[in-house]
Ligand binder design. Sequence first.
Ligand SMILES: Cc1cc2nc3c(=O)[nH]c(=O)nc-3n(C[C@H](O)[C@H](O)[C@H](O)COP(=O)(O)O)c2cc1C
Length: 358
Amino acid sequence: MTLSLVTAGESHGPALVAIVTGLPAGLVLDREAIDADLRRRQQGYGRSPRQQIEQDAVEVLAGLRHGRTLGTPLALVVRNRDHKNWTWGMSPWPPEGEPTGKGTTPVTLPRPGHADLAGALKYGLEDTRDALERASARHTAVLVAAGAVAKALLAAIGIEVAGAVHDQDDLQRRIDEARGERDTVGGVVEVRARGVPPGLGSYATREDRLDARLAAALMGIQAVKGVEIGEGFALAQLRGSQAHDEIVAGFVRETNHAGGIEAGVSNGEAVVVRAAMKPLPTLMKPLASVDLQTGEPGEALVERSDVAAVEALAVVAEAAVAFELARAAREKFGGDALGDFVAAWRAYLERIPWQPTR
Ligand SMILES: Cc1cc2nc3c(=O)[nH]c(=O)nc-3n(C[C@H](O)[C@H](O)[C@H](O)COP(=O)(O)O)c2cc1C
């Protein structure tokens, strides 16, 4: 039994869509909890005014009846309210009538750091909007909705996942300074999962190892350029005697440099991962570019954009980690109905001698 996620949707198209398969039947979902995560994603210092337009809310088209999962594919939709300004420009079908609204003129000046040039070359595009619309992190709205579902599943087996900005102290100052100079910034976020039992993931391949899977989940988010598990890069500078977490009574640890994962398997300590976000590529003071149509030098596209989205990334990273942990938990505990899944988790905890004190 495994959990899978397929998404579709463009930034200014009609909607974002996610289909989640492999959920057990009987899981109670709380619409308000999903919408609360969608709102958290939209908040944060440095976001663009688009967030006021969107006010995201989840719709469920399939897989749920009276708030309980049916064990069938769950279809989630988050509408793009801004689409009303792009009905001609982002019409799925050939648009009728005169061009009106946004997105009517081709974008030919690719932004360094965004999907524009790579997408244009890859697909032979004359309008880089065909690339940037899907590449946009607007996509993360539906990932957050799927993550909220995963968090509900994890809660049934006592796992809590929380993301936060890691370098909070001077973030607002850095954002204010960057905004003043029409520039952008990035930052680091940390996700912690508590209550993860030992035994999620396995030893040897990137498909099996929980650390590899979490790294892939985080690197799957736009603008994430580095991932650490536990103390990550800092471990490289330590001695083995300082780096490894000694085992004490109850088969628990007093330190957690490993970030809760050893040999690709969760060890019962909190799972701790960090993701580094690069500065956002859309600059109000644009960088140099070259026009795809004329080959002439120019300035890159300027489009409404965030100065920073680090707080939003913390919410998205939380969702991505939750989804991957839920996937690993489905593999370990299985079950078609939620009760079977929970019973397998209980029986497992009774079998092993691990006794968490925290
Ligand atoms: C939550 C979130 C919000 C983002 N907002 C913007 C934005 O407003 N402007 C922008 O240029 N990039 C933004 N990005 C980053 C781009 O989507 C990303 O840099 C781009 O798709 C290229 O992908 P890459 O950075 O992974 O190479 C955001 C990323 C995230 C995770």
